[in-house]
Ligand binder design. Structure first.
Ligand SMILES: Nc1c(NC[C@H](O)[C@H](O)[C@H](O)CO)[nH]c(=O)[nH]c1=O
Ligand SMILES: CC(=O)[C@@H](O)COP(=O)(O)O
Length: 162
């Protein structure tokens, strides 16, 4: 049995009154699509209604912090945001700078909007690492991390609602 991953939640959560916004980058689409689907699947398993889940996109991960903040200001009433992006290391320092900036940006946005922002950012050294973490590598060696993010969203929105 795998040690890694969120595993069972600490209590039973009913997300039927929650509104959830998923904001995702469009880079590395195959992996992104699987992660977003996994997140939505888990949200629904925790009773979040389909009509209360919205999905909006930004070009790349670097745009996620601004995208989440702008979306939250323009569209009131969301309980929690899930920011999803997939960064894959290339041959320059681009990856390191965007990984760091996006992470710090998302952390800061939570305080600015006073809502939980779930950190759905994969920072992978290889494409294979990204496929594994979305549960779509050939051997299906890992679980879809998007499912963990869906569960984290419901828990954070209910347990720590502002
Ligand atoms: N290399 C990756 C990017 N790069 C694009 C930036 O995030 C950004 O959109 C651009 O610099 C314009 O501001 N984005 C990813 O999401 N994943 C990558 O691997
Ligand atoms: C600025 C870019 O998108 C690109 O030149 C970065 O290259 P790499 O991903 O190989 O580091």
């Amino acid at each position: 049995m795998a040690v890694k991953g969120l595993g069972k939640l600490d209590q039973v959560y009913d997300g039927s009154n929650l509104r959830v916004a998923i904001i995702h980058a469009r880079w590395n689409k195959q992996v992104i699509d699987a992660l977003v689907s996994g997140c939505i699947k888990r949200l629904k398993e925790l009773n979040v209604k389909e009509e209360n889940i919205v999905v909006e996109t930004v070009p790349g991960s670097f745009e996620l912090p601004y995208g989440v903040e702008a979306y939250s200001k323009k569209h009131q009433g969301f309980d929690v945001f899930v920011a999803i992006g997939v960064l894959i290391k290339g041959s320059t320092m681009h990856f390191e700078y965007i990984s760091d900036a996006t992470t710090n940006g998302l952390m800061t946005v939570q305080s600015r909007i006073n809502k939980p922002v779930i950190f759905g950012l994969l920072t992978c050294l290889t494409e294979e690492q990204a496929l594994c973490r979305a549960g779509i590598d050939e051997g299906k060696t890992m679980h879809n991390h998007g499912e963990d993010w869906g569960a984290a969203a419901v828990e954070m929105a209910i347990k720590f609602s502002a």
